[in-house]
Ligand binder design. Structure first.
Ligand SMILES: *[C@@H]1O[C@H](CO)[C@@H](O)[C@H](O)[C@H]1NC(C)=O
Length: 203
C-alpha cells in the first residue's frame, strides 16, 4: 500500500517539475510583466548577417566571437525576410533569466541574471533553424511557444561559462554602451561602427 502511495506521489511531483520548466505564460508569453523569449547557443566565429568584421576569421575580428552577441529570429531581424543588414543589427537587448527552460532542450539556470547582448546575426526561417526561428508575424510563435528567439554566440564558452543552459528569458531593448560599461564583453556602438551594416542602423 505504502509503495503505491509513494509512486503516485513521485508521479505527481514529476508532473509538477515538468510543468514548472517554463515560467512564462500567456499569449504572447510574459513573466514579471515582461515579454519572454527562448534562447539557444551556437559557435560560429564568422562575421554573420550584420557584417561584423571584414574577415571570416575570428582572429582578425575577435569581438563578434568572444562578445555577448546574438542572432535574432528572422521576424525580429527583418520582418520582410531580408537576410543581410536587418534593421536591428547593432541594437542591444537585455536578457534576464526566468529560471525556466524548454524541457529536453536546456537545463535549470539560476533566475534573475541579466546580461546585455548586441544583435550581430540572423537566425533565418529556413532549415535547419525552423523549429526555433520560423515566427512569421507579431503573434506567431516557434515550436516551443515563443514569439522571439535569440541564438547566443558561445564560440568561446561565454554563455556556458555563465552557467546558462539555453535558458528561458525575458527581454527588452537596452543601451549597448551601458552594457559595455557593465560587462566589457557587450560590444559598444563604437565597435558596431566596424561592421559592414553600420549604415542601416540608427540605434
Ligand atoms: C541555426 O542553424 C545553424 C546551422 O546553419 C546552427 O549552427 C544553429 O545552431 C541553428 N540555430 C538555431 C537556433 O536553430
Amino acid at each position: 500500500m505504502m509503495k503505491v502511495y509513494l509512486s503516485v506521489l513521485l508521479l505527481s511531483l514529476g508532473a509538477l517539475v515538468a510543468e514548472a520548466q517554463q515560467k512564462c505564460t500567456g499569449s504572447p508569453r510574459m513573466y514579471n510583466g515582461k515579454p519572454c523569449a527562448s534562447t539557444t547557443r551556437y559557435a560560429d566565429s564568422r562575421k554573420g548577417a550584420c557584417g561584423c568584421g571584414p574577415h571570416d576569421n575570428d582572429n582578425q575580428f575577435p569581438w563578434n566571437s568572444y562578445g555577448l552577441v546574438a542572432a535574432a529570429n528572422q521576424n525580429l531581424f527583418d520582418p520582410s525576410g531580408g537576410k543581410w543588414c536587418g534593421p536591428v543589427c547593432g541594437k542591444c537587448f537585455k536578457l534576464t533569466t526566468t529560471g525556466g527552460f524548454v524541457g529536453g532542450h536546456g537545463g535549470a539556470t539560476a533566475e534573475g541574471q541579466s546580461k546585455i547582448f548586441m544583435v550581430t546575426n540572423d537566425c533565418p526561417n529556413e532549415w535547419p533553424n525552423l523549429s526555433w526561428c520560423n515566427q512569421q508575424g507579431l503573434h506567431s510563435v516557434n515550436q516551443y511557444g515563443y514569439n522571439v528567439h535569440f541564438d547566443l554566440e558561445n564560440g568561446h564558452n561565454q554563455i556556458t561559462g555563465m552557467g546558462w543552459d539555453n535558458p528561458e528569458v525575458t527581454w527588452e531593448w537596452a543601451n549597448c554602451d551601458e552594457g559595455h560599461g557593465q560587462d566589457g564583453r557587450t560590444p559598444n556602438y563604437g565597435m558596431y561602427k566596424q561592421c559592414q551594416c553600420r549604415h542601416t542602423n540608427t540605434k
